[in-house]
Design a protein around this ligand. Sequence first.
Ligand code: PEP
Length: 252
Amino acid sequence: MSLKKLVAGNWKMHGLSADLAEVMAIADASRQYPNVDVALCVPAILIERAARAVPGFAIGGQDVHYAEKGAHTGNISARMLLDAGAALTIVGHSERRDALRESDEEVKAKATAALSCGLNVILCVGESLEIREQGKAVATVEAQLGASLPDGIGSHAELAVAYEPIWAIGTGKVPTSPEIGEMHAAIRTRLRDRFGTAGEQVRILYGGSVKPSNAGEIFVIRDVDGALVGGASLKADDFMPIVAAAARVSLP
Ligand code: PEP
């Protein structure tokens, strides 16, 4: 079964007021591709302005706190993201798992809090190069999923999983198509184990050096339901050809 593709940009710590023009260009151009869902996860401080600038287009956060409110200096709750106009959030990005020592349990709590508040979630998993070279990539990602997937998915917000091999992020290196296919099939099995038939509807995105030049070959891999795109999402000229590639392999 093929799911509608989702192409989400992760702007990381890039973007100032002047870059809202790029958000508008991407939102505008995305209207040409109604058979693809497109989203941009921008720095928190830009969410409200971006959401106001492009009504109806999905703007997201890059992280969320698991608590509803309280003494968590510098953090942002799911309700705050929604209140600012976000429709989704990334959780468990490897840059946060690594730099901030975010655990699977914390990622699970974040995903659960966001979904129950009505925010769509992109939950990231992925292995290091060392783990891949040891032949333990699939087992490692399965363990990450086991501990970081929420226990259930309600019907009012959508979960997606992004497979992002750490060694492919921002490096220009990409796993082979069979490697991506093997991992996405394993993730699909875990999603079915956890959520039953609802697990069939969870989109599995690939992330890691997706570019206009390789998007087409990635999107035809079985169980690749879209992409999480970092560097190539900052400019409409780079991002829109990736969206167009997703549209080409999708039903009209
Ligand atoms: C990311 O950070 O989620 C990512 C996939 O980055 P890049 O596309 O730059 O590799």
